[in-house]
Design a protein around this ligand. Sequence first.
Ligand code: BG6
Length: 484
Amino acid sequence: PEIGCLSIVVLGASGDLAKKKTFPALFNLYRRGFLQSNEVHIFGYARTKISDEELRNRIRGYLIKDKDASSAHSEDVSKFLQLVKYVCGSYDSDEGFQSLDKEISEYEVTKNSTEGSSRRLFYLALPPSVYPSVCRMIKRNCMNKSDLGGWTRIVVEKPFGKDLESAEKLSSQIGELFEEPQIYRIDHYLGKELVQNLLVLRFANRFFLPLWNRDNIANIQIVFREDFGTEGRGGYFDEYGIIRDIIQNHLLQVLCLVAMEKPVSLKPEHIRDEKVKVLQSVLPIRDEEVVLGQYIGYRDDPTVPDNSNTPTFATMVLHIHNERWEGVPFILKAGKALNSRKAEIRIQFKDVPGDIFKCHKQGRNEFVIRLQPSEAMYMKLTVKQPGLDMQTAQSELDLSYKQRYQGVPIPEAYERLILDTIRGDQQHFVRRDELKAAWEIFTPLLHRIDDGEFKPLPYTPGSRGPAEADELLAQAGYMQTHGY
Ligand code: BG6
């Protein structure tokens, strides 16, 4: 661990993301001993005029969710909240950021640090429209000035732009102020336990190495479903839609980890080099391989325009043009207000050649990695049905985390990623060229949707989405199996 004091600044401290994700993640890190009271201070910054105590009260409710929380837990929360101070200011005035700098420096002087360095982490829990001005203000007023080393880092959240052009503009604006190693672009899916497990699964298991290619795999699905709509955030969502909200980032990141070649090492640069190569090998998306949907009732939200064309559901097929994946459809599917809440990867294998059991009709071998809920991975395989007859049946080799790792807590994605930002590990963060390559894939389609050339099909909330999506899946060669 580095010596010296750490200042974590949460910009947008009174907003939803900060209250629901950032502060709870910081609290968990504190509780687990990763943030020591004697060397960390947390500064909330926002425009609202409130006191330290008011901010603490606002956060408290998100840290003590359970009414019956133990008194030890409440005590931990109170101790943690004592580390939180509030600074009020606007996002484009030097004044506000100068007072922030003054607060941080005062803390550094008292805590520090004749022998340690000062570390300053700025977490932008803000809309991207203010990123450039906030970054400018930080650069002008709040950089670490310690002679003894240390660093200044900034953490930004998606959406990083709306298309290739706006994303590149944003990247250049931030890039003029900060070096790439100082910028942490969060995609919280990269912090999920089973997403982090993908590299281990793929490259540490002899089982998978020879099978993971076009010779054996028929198709791959990466699926995200939610069983609730966009209530409460219709305004934001309508501007972005499901492709920008989920597919271009979360699902595409998962695709990269499933499809990439083995990196030279686990160094962040090596991993991200391989991810970029996959993205650059994705062929242009064909309209006939896209199904869009919008759930009935979506436009009832007063913040959504009556004639909104925004998809709340999308299924599409991506093709990766390289030696490993040529001919293997990657089906990405995401939807709001569907029949269940689930995120999973389904890798379906080809039929056994010369099948003497005639078993392929029962279903193919399939390897399923369930990211949430209830983390699990299981392999669907064919076995002999126990009994006197030579009957075959589908069964499962099942690794369910709840059973196998009973009592082992699985950290929240944000918790893990914030710890990485403090440790300076960029492995699970999106690099600028990766972001660019991701936008290159989706921008033409997104522009056609924005121009109204592509209309989403209506679907009933609580359903599987438009039936056309299942047809597209079948066309891509996915064989429905029991339980899907
Ligand atoms: C966010 C999206 O990035 O991810 C939300 O903006 C979505 O629309 C959320 O609900 C899903 O995250 P998780 O971790 O609950 O799957």
